[in-house]
Design a protein around this ligand. Sequence first.
Ligand SMILES: [Zn+2]
Ligand SMILES: [Zn+2]
Length: 169
Amino acid sequence: MEVNIAQLMKSSIGAERLYDVDEAININGEEVQVKGKVKLVRTDRGILATGLLDAKLIIECSRCLQPFEYPVNINFEEEYFPNIDVITGLEVEIPEDQPLSFTIDEHHLINLDEAIKQYAILAIPMKPLCQTDCPGLCPTCGKNLNTGPCGCSSEEQNQGGLKIQGLFK
Ligand SMILES: [Zn+2]
Ligand SMILES: [Zn+2]
């Protein structure tokens, strides 16, 4: 999502613009529809972007390894600095610790995709589950037990389950 902030850069500090967002953004290699609001505020150095967005990511269940839809809130706040002064057209020095993806280019565009992506990925849990009681894969034959029981005896499955629990507890 690109926003032209030339006008906002010419406004006084504290001036703000509110945008409705409903766009497909590539997150983790998938086109994901992102919806919500982004607020841009003119600061003394650049533009502060605040996003309150929702998206449904497609991620892999950590137990059964099947992809599933995972709703996330993407709430971000990042300050963008210009590398060109909007009035004089002269180059502006960007603070050293500023990531390049959070700069405002010479066309006065800021691209919010990188912030949205980074915060979306942060919102993914370490061990996502397609459902809280996902039975996962049979430890013996590897069948996805969400699709029904496999041919292995339940005794073998329980042993496998205990082994796995033992590893993680
Ligand atoms: Zn699962
Ligand atoms: Zn099995």
